[in-house]
Ligand binder design. Sequence first.
Ligand code: ARG
Length: 463
Amino acid sequence: MKKQWGGRFEGQLDPVFERFNQSLGFDRRLLEADVRGSVAWARELGAAGVLKAAEVERLVAGLEAIGRETAADPSRLDGSTAEDVHSFVESALYEKVGELAGRLHTGRSRNDQVATDLKLWARDAFGRVRSRVEDLVAALVTLADEHADAPLPGYTHLQRAQPITIGHHLLAYVEMLARDRGRLKDALARMDTCPLGAAALAGTAFGVDRPTLAERLGFKGGPAGNSLDAVASRDHACELVFCCTQIAIHLSRLAEDWIFFSTHEAGFLRFDDTVSTGSSLMPQKKNPDVMELVRGKAGRVIGDLQSLLVMLKGLPLAYNKDMQEDKEPLFDAFDTTLACLEVAAIAARGARFDRERCAAAAGEGYLNATDLADLLVSEGVPFRDAHERTGVAVRRALELGVELQDLPAATLAELFPELDGDLASLLSVEKVLSRRCVGGGTSPDRVRASVRAWKKRMAAWGM
Ligand code: ARG
């Protein structure tokens, strides 16, 4: 294939370097964006009087045909020797409209072209990630609604700490994911300026109207303000990959919690067969592979962010070919995160909590010790003393192998002379939960109110 830049060269490329240099294998994903960008560019060249109206129409028709044909049959790109997607589209355009194709690149560079393509692609792609986040939020809110009042042991240091509700635990992840959604939205808004017209680095010398060009391509922030920045910056890609990283990290923590919940030892949660696998050797096994993969894939996404940041570090202005390496990490972070969100939502929809086991576990192991100390506090005991005395009671209870409320009456009377109420009822899981009715707390009423608030927010998201 004829090179776009062959004029000053006498020799041919070494085939090994030619393959090394070729990015079509991955930047072919930008084809649709490349066509859109080129159509807008052709129209602006027409408006600027560089191309005649009839020429613009022929170019646009040719570009649109290339878009349609490659969408219908992507194998058209297989085996092409084009250097990158931009060269591919241009050579396909030669086949459609002949020599006129050579006029399209007037005043444009692959540098502003690729920067524009990447943003156009990312806008759609990460809009999809956002809606997958919303879908997972919806699945978790439904589960939280169902289990708003169901007790579950809450942990710190992976030691049983205080009872919480299943709904509360689920809504913690909803908070995280909603922030991820907001972060994506912010990143997309910040990215929304149009590089086209920056040309190679200094700005195009043809009188195209950049605000109109930006508008044609749907960039709400107008044209990028500095041509060097427009072609040389990829902080938007870094931000989007960071958004993916943060999502992946949140999902990995959810995965870890649920993997633990699904162990025989905990027995709080069962995954549906549709997302579980067995062992090739041990017939009894049912493994939570879905969540293990979600947890594992976070590593890749973190690696993608690392690759991008390290590639950009210390690059001089403006464009450098290093930047061709921006695409694979961006695409991989997108693919991986989208897939993780998708399967996490499926796993969430099929997850079955064993409410009885969760409640039983929340009721044993002194998760109500804080509440016993708090009862002493309400009798006027300073908290430090209450803590100390409750600790002594825990030690006694451990020796006897009973819960605090089941200590012998004589022991209770000796340890806590100021308490005369029915301890079994005062320290019941239900009571312990209902005392946490502070805003953001775990009481069933609060969780139900939070579920209502989330449903409202989701409605405002258009769900
Ligand atoms: N394939 C290139 C990339 O992705 C397109 C830009 C090439 N520009 C250049 N001056 N060689 O970065």
